[in-house]
Design a protein around this ligand. Sequence first.
Ligand SMILES: [Zn+2]
Length: 179
Amino acid sequence: MGLGADNTAARRLRLLQQEFVQPVRSGPGDGRSSRITESPSLVNLSVVDRIRAAVYEVETHTRTVAPNAGQYTGDESRVYDWARQHTAHLEAKQQNAREAIIYRQGLEHAIAAGDTAVIRRHPCPQCSCYGLYWREAVRRAVCVNHFCTDDDGVSHMWELKRLAHEHVARNSVVARRAT
Ligand SMILES: [Zn+2]
């Protein structure tokens, strides 16, 4: 179904590790490094925790649907491959659920690395326009369309989970039509 080949989440996780977890940096900063040197342990620890939580979530989900999967002991960024291997035999609905988790984590890794532009590639689930932007304070994607508001006139906001779910649903429909 095509989705299995997508290693974006793993790539972003590795990027996050390289940028924020590995302490050695070469040469003068690129703008981002100045922020890191201010409180290295604080930044690094939160990213380490974030990555650990992400791996744990994938591992737990995999074992729930595929009890024989066992413990995951490999490198963090390979947990997605591991999850796919152990759930490849499951029905499409369950594979889509797995992909939605992986896709959401990919978005989370990108945002944690400062790349909030990943949000813009998603249409608003309500009005379908491409005008979402990330609001860190509420950790949600907000629709820029002035007419896309709730009854109180507040802009529609979406959790990454929702965007990931819609993305996977859209892509599996495409994949199904292609076959
Ligand atoms: Zn909208």
